[in-house]
Ligand binder design. Structure first.
Ligand SMILES: [Zn+2]
Length: 295
């Protein structure tokens, strides 16, 4: 058996991308589910920048029995932005994660120079209507959370679902984590070392103390998106503690390996650097199960 594959068994990848998508994707959702099942994984959560994924999850689930397939909604402009109605319908249909804005976040523009895409790395002919749009932020001009966030968090709480920070800036993420804690909402701080987040150890500890799960993604190590190193990931896990982390792939791009293979590489590199198998199982299986309410 290939090194790292054993730990992939029964794991859940809470963050991957699959077609159909306006961005180029390595595989569609059904093909992704098939390779995840062949790797012995328990489940996947399909994230999409533009459309809710509960419906595709429903049909892929029928086509690929034996793997658990979950979806959610990302609050970009195509879903109406910070739109509680999109959250309500997605969670009523069984959605698990509500992701804050990604490519349409004000903070995304601050890092990538534009809204809607990632330059030439994840490109498509975005509509001209973007020209008049400002990036989305969850804070008002006084730095307080916008009222829609409260409405959204209440719906997420009612469904015992999860809210994830996506491409918010660190200040916004902290406000969201704090308010989520107040309302008893489960929170994931998305890819903490990706370009849009780059959270310090101190900030990560602060968020872990508030009960948030912190996500470390393989994509942040990949050549096209390199924003951290495997040694830094090891240091983070050792310093803050694996009980606070979820390892996810954030893969699906055509220039990267398929999500389960990316996870296998990720797991293998961590094992080689002294993160033990119990700690890895916590981050790829137990914590994802816990946050998704599957235990
Ligand atoms: Zn992603």
């Amino acid at each position: 058996m290939r090194y790292g594959l054993e730990l992939l068994k029964d794991s859940i990848d809470i963050h991957l991308h699959a077609g159909p998508s306006v961005f180029p994707r390595l595989m569609d959702a059904q093909e992704t589910a098939e390779v995840a099942k062949a790797s012995g994984m328990r489940g996947i959560v399909i994230k999409h920048h533009h459309t809710p994924t509960v419906e595709r999850g429903y049909f892929v689930q029928k086509a690929v029995p034996g793997l658990e397939i979950y979806g959610g909604v990302t609050l970009n402009y195509s879903s109406g932005g910070l739109n509680p109605f999109a959250v309500d319908s997605t969670l009523n249909l069984g959605g698990k994660i509500v992701w804050m804005p990604t490519v349409d976040a004000q903070n995304h523009k601050a890092h990538f120079g534009e809204l809607g895409k990632y330059g030439s790395r994840l490109d498509y002919k975005k509509p001209n209507i973007y020209a008049k749009m400002e990036g989305i932020t969850i804070l008002d001009e006084n730095g307080n959370l916008k009222p829609e966030i409260g409405e959204i968090l209440d719906i997420v709480s009612d469904h015992e679902a999860v809210v994830a920070t996506s491409h918010l800036d660190n200040n916004e993420s902290k406000s969201l984590v704090e308010e989520s804690r107040r309302r008893n909402v489960k929170t994931v701080v998305t890819h903490v070392k990706f370009i849009t987040a780059a959270l310090s150890l101190e900030d990560q500890k602060w968020m872990a103390d508030k009960g948030a799960y912190l996500e470390l993604c393989y994509s942040s190590l990949s050549p096209a998106w390199r924003s951290t190193t495997i040694d830094e990931v090891v240091e983070i896990i050792k310093e803050v503690g694996p009980e606070h982390y979820i390892l996810a792939s954030d893969l699906g791009q055509v220039h990267n390996p398929a999500p389960p293979e990316g996870m296998r590489i990720y797991i293998s590199m961590l094992l080689e650097r002294g993160i033990d198998s119990g700690e890895i199982r916590l981050m790829v299986k137990d914590n994802p199960e816990k946050i998704l309410g599957l235990t």
